[in-house]
Ligand binder design. Structure first.
Ligand code: GLU
Length: 301
């Protein structure tokens, strides 16, 4: 009998600053789900957007994860070293007419709310972007292990989306899909701020004939004013010198029953692995918000 495919999770931070509680929650949640299933847990630094990166941030993030006992398998991957894979995937889509060169500017698209359905460029540009063609009526539906059934009309809510930007940088959507497949990721567990990116990623997986992993989108942490903690805002970095207090807080955010007192991070995580119940994690969905990766919406069915 052929061997069942290995389960594999991952944490994929962008090195735009130190890890704050929201990103650590995503790390802890994906670690728990992977480890409880006996799966591997990989680490990938998503450093494909140099203008948004902070020198030393990736090293700081690795040190923070280690201080919190969230140890990964295998070598750390860096997206900045994987450009050849993105180029191949883009070539594949272009050759099959699934992607196209677009000369539209933001201004050209402003009348359609930034949503691209057909090229309305007033002139050709030297630096066109490349977009994925999204068919009319394109509806993507998937089951999220925490948020339930999610549906999105990608043509109406997002439109033809960018795969390579006009400044030559790779879009998050393309890089994440190519890497998740190349690394054999079967469990994508991340913050609910990325829920509205998932339909685009599923569409890309289909266009590239890649498998779609299972998804679980974790609740977002809000600051005192009810705003989402964002990596690029002034959200405070987590205090790696007092990891137990932070882990206890994050554990509660995951809706889990309190653990008995522990003296070390390792003991806490062992107990957490024995007690974690996915069904207790609260679903958190932002009905509409400006995502960092595009402005669109995902509708919880
Ligand atoms: N690099 C993305 C971020 O930090 C996360 C990507 C993902 O988990 O799919 O927002």
């Amino acid at each position: 009998m052929p061997e069942a495919p290995r389960q594999r999770g991952r944490f994929a931070p962008s090195p735009s600053g130190p890890l704050h509680a929201g990103s650590l929650l995503a790390a802890l949640g994906s670690w728990l789900i992977a480890r409880q299933a006996g799966a591997e847990w990989l680490l990938r630094i998503e450093d494909i957007d140099p203008p948004r990166e902070q020198p030393g941030a990736a090293a700081g993030q690795l040190a923070t994860l280690a201080a919190f006992g969230l140890l990964h398998d295998g070598p750390v991957e860096y997206q900045s070293r994987r450009e050849a894979l993105y180029r191949d995937a883009l070539g594949h889509l272009l050759a099959r007419g699934k992607a196209f060169e677009c000369h539209c500017s933001r201004r050209d698209l402003a009348v359609a709310g930034g949503i691209h359905r057909c090229c309305v460029a007033r002139s050709r540009r030297a630096d066109p972007s490349i977009r994925l063609r999204v068919a009319d009526g394109c509806m993507i539906e998937f089951e999220d292990a925490i948020c339930g059934t999610i549906r999105q009309r990608v043509d109406l809510d997002v439109g033809d989306f960018v795969l390579r930007r006009s400044d030559g940088l790779w879009a998050y959507q393309l890089a994440v899909v190519v890497d998740d497949a190349a690394q054999g990721i079967t469990e994508v567990v991340r913050g609910a701020d990325l829920l509205d990116s998932t339909p685009r990623q599923i569409l890309l997986q289909r266009a590239l004939a890649l498998p779609t992993p299972r998804h679980a989108h974790l609740p977002l942490l809000l600051d005192e004013d009810g705003r989402k903690l964002s990596k690029s805002s002034a959200a405070l970095p987590v205090d790696a010198s007092a990891p137990l207090a932070t882990l206890t807080r994050l554990w509660a955010c995951l809706g889990q029953a309190p653990l008995s007192a522990t003296a070390s991070v390792e003991e806490f995580l062992q107990q957490a692995l024995r007690s974690f119940v996915l069904a207790r994690v609260p679903a958190s969905v932002l009905p509409t918000h400006a995502a960092a990766h595009n402005a669109d919406s995902a509708i919880r069915a």
